[in-house]
Design a protein around this ligand. Structure first.
Ligand code: LLP
Length: 422
């Protein structure tokens, strides 16, 4: 049984009915299942078990400290892309030796902190960044462990906004330029070349793009070695997709087999940076129906969550399953509904013409598969407080990020002297 499912007619996260969570924490709220996270982590770790692999959880998918620590306790490292994420990983107890710093534009402070913390490696994405890191490390009498992120120019066949491995994307160094950059890197006293990194995009639902990218990387590694460069580590990024609707993403086992087939023979240590796969289906956005508005042509189900709480539908036209928390009676009729939030934009729409049973004001709905890229991308647009987060484990649940008080939000702003009444 999936950890987030109906039990006795009530949608539950593990043993906790979501209606109980909504009673104690006002909606909208995110709720995550520890068991679901552990299940996906363990399955991927087991699949990759035959390989010399380190799993560095991509914090960008969900960087709540409780979530990071859940993965850290399972043995995960961390893939971070900012000083904030690096500080979160360290605060959650991730060993520095299992932290990778990625990102296309790392600042001096971020790189300095990474060096001081003694992280596993910095994935460098351009020659100027390499030079900056080298100077920084040298100034500190250190050598920065570096992998060069390569852009293999492979179409990951996913949404354009989350495609990263094509020539026209800003990420990485072109395959053809990689050798020269690595030769330069190896000559810099502040740099210690570890290997090569690649990440071609997110929510990949076919193995083919991975196959093409990894094969190109394997070819590159052979050429680099022939040129005398020591390449001991490969970072293969994240990107494995999940099922939102009817996608059939590759299984972790099939992915692992592909990795073994394409790069397994190189004798490199391997790093993986999964994000969505580990948390996506472990979380729901819980929301309450405020009103049902019927027009001549449409049924609008107006809920208390908005695009500021979950922006994926507005930004990527993403499809998220929406289900009533109280299980509909078998054979309950379905009719099309527009599920919309209260934000003053037409883009504040979670679903169009969605087949839903009758719902009424006060009913709870769960927007599923919202554990990844949900809370982390939330904003306070329309001066709506940042959505709170709850973590379930077994029969227990805890608020792992409370909703900020409006008074505290207002107090963040400052009036300049000329606007303060005398
Ligand atoms: N490594 C790097 C270098 C990345 O850029 C990413 C994601 C990951 C790992 C993790 O990828 P995952 O395993 O989660 O696919 N906000 C978008 C997704 C953006 C992904 C950005 N990079 C969404 O909601 O779909």
């Amino acid at each position: 049984m999936s950890p987030v499912c109906y039990r006795g007619g009530e949608l539950c996260a593990e043993e906790v009915p979501l209606a109980r969570v909504a009673e104690s924490v006002e909606t909208p709220l995110y709720c995550y299942s520890s068991a679901a996270m552990a299940e996906s982590y363990r399955r991927l770790a087991a699949a990759l078990g035959g390989l010399p692999a380190t799993l560095c959880y991509a914090l960008k998918a969900n960087s709540n400290l409780a979530v990071i620590r859940t993965f850290a306790r399972l043995g995960a490292g961390a893939d971070v892309v900012s000083e904030g994420e690096l500080r979160r990983a360290l605060a959650a107890g991730v060993a520095p030796a299992k932290i990778v710093l990625s990102g296309v534009g790392k600042g001096a402070r971020e790189m300095a902190l990474a060096l001081e913390a003694g992280i596993l490696q910095v994935n460098v994405e351009s020659e100027p960044e390499l030079e900056a890191l080298a100077a920084l490390a040298r100034g500190r009498g250190r050598r920065a462990p570096v992998a060069l992120r390569v852009n293999p120019d492979v179409d990951p066949q996913t949404h354009a906004k989350i495609t990263t491995g094509r020539r026209e994307n800003k990420f990485g160094v072109a395959l053809e330029a990689a050798e020269a950059v690595l030769v330069r890197a190896a000559s810099l006293p502040g740099i210690e070349v570890q290997g090569v990194a690649v990440h071609i995009g997110s929510q990949l639902v076919s193995l083919d793009p991975f196959r093409r990218a990894f094969a190109r990387i394997a070819g590159l590694v052979r050429r680099l070695r022939a040129a005398g460069l020591a390449i001991r580590r490969l970072d293969l990024g994240g990107g494995l997709g999940i099922r939102y609707r009817d996608e059939q993403p590759p299984t972790p086992e099939a992915y692992a087999a592909l990795v073994a087939e394409t790069v397994g023979g190189l004798g490199c240590e391997l790093i993986f940076e999964p994000g969505r796969l580990l948390v996506g289906n472990a979380g729901v956005l819980l929301t309450r129906v405020l009103y049902v508005k019927r027009t001549a042509s449409h049924r609008f189900v107006i809920v208390d969550a908005g695009m500021n709480d979950l922006i994926r539908p507005a930004l990527y036209d993403a499809w998220h399953e929406i289900v009533p928390v109280r299980e509909p009676a078998p054979g309950a009729g379905l009719a099309p509904a527009e599920v919309v939030g209260p934000v003053c934009e037409t883009g504040d729409t979670f679903a169009r013409a969605r087949a839903l049973p009758e719902v009424a004001a006060g009913d709870l709905l769960a927007i599923r598969s919202a554990g990844a890229y949900g809370a982390v991308m939330a904003s306070a647009y329309n001066s709506r407080p940042l959505v709170p987060e709850v973590l379930v484990r077994g029969a227990d649940f805890a608020v792992v990020r409370p909703r900020p008080a409006l008074a505290a939000m207002l107090a963040e702003d400052r009036l300049p002297p000329w606007l303060v009444e005398s």
